[in-house]
Ligand binder design. Structure first.
Ligand code: MG
Length: 266
């Protein structure tokens, strides 16, 4: 199933996304938010609506997480490009939910940073509460779906501060979308690509994860309870780099779509 959230007469609604005549269309309203049914999509109540082409809809952030948990350096070549050792266990950090930004939303570069970087990533959305998952437990029933994330980062502040709250946490620094889908399988290898003004800067694949989603989700749940709707940003492939005001970033996850955001100087 694929779904989005979109603006309609001042309300934000959930919409089912289906392909019709070769185009993606929003075809039904989801009366029940998908993160409220614990992954049992048969329990979703839906309602008829006039179909809207997805590309014409004013899309909202498709997730409403209680927290955004991110994995740093989950691709070997990205760790190397930043001059770090290859991690031996996942490196976790948070982005605040106030950093969330919708598809098409402007990313505002703060004046106090001289270098801001895009980081295209696969996003994982949690379907039901999970805590201290055992080695033997399959993580897939706890995954509602997947989306694109841009883990936008003030690189100079990240290096200066030594911890990452400020560098990762500015408002608008977490674009997510355009849709959520459960129709892809990151275990089999999913392309994660980033362009700036149309030029390819990152072209990775989830088969190169240092830590698979099993390891990452189990590792997080040894610390904290993941709740329905929580978002995990799974790390960025090599090729990160700076952007400035006026440029446009597009993060594409194979089978999800493209998350496009302009950048503006504050
Ligand atoms: Mg990242």
């Amino acid at each position: 199933m694929r779904y989005c959230r979109f603006q309609s007469n001042g309300e934000v609604l959930y919409g089912l996304v289906e392909s019709a005549g070769g185009r993606d269309m929003i075809t039904r309203l989801l009366v029940t938010p998908p993160e409220e049914v614990g992954g049992d999509m048969e329990d979703l109540r839906t309602k008829r609506m006039d179909h809207i082409p997805l590309q014409d809809a004013e899309l909202a952030v498709p997730v409403r997480p209680s927290k955004i948990v991110c994995v740093g350096r989950n691709y070997r070549e990205h760790a190397v490009e930043l001059g770090h050792d290859i991690p031996t266990e996942p490196l976790l950090f948070f982005k605040p939910t106030t950093a969330l930004n919708s598809p098409g939303g402007t990313i505002r570069r703060p004046r106090i940073s001289e270098r801001t970087d895009y980081e295209g990533e696969l996003g994982v959305i949690i379907s039901k509460p999970c805590y201290k998952l055992a080695e033997s437990e399959d993580v897939r029933p706890y995954i509602l779906g997947y989306t694109c994330v841009n883990d936008f980062t003030a690189r100079d502040l990240q290096n200066k501060d030594g911890q990452w709250t400020r560098a990762k946490g500015f408002d608008t620094f977490c674009p997510v979308g355009p849709i959520v889908t459960d129709e892809i399988d990151p275990w089999s290898g999913i392309g994660v690509k980033t362009t700036v003004n149309g030029a390819v800067r990152q072209d990775g694949n989830t088969r190169d994860f240092l830590f698979s989603l099993d390891v990452v989700i189990r590792y997080i749940t040894q610390v904290m309870t993941l709740l329905p709707g929580d978002l995990i940003a799974t790390g960025t492939p090599k090729g990160v780099g700076p952007v400035v005001g006026g440029e446009v970033i597009e993060v594409t996850v194979e089978g999800v779509g493209s998350l496009r955001n302009p950048v503006a100087d504050e």
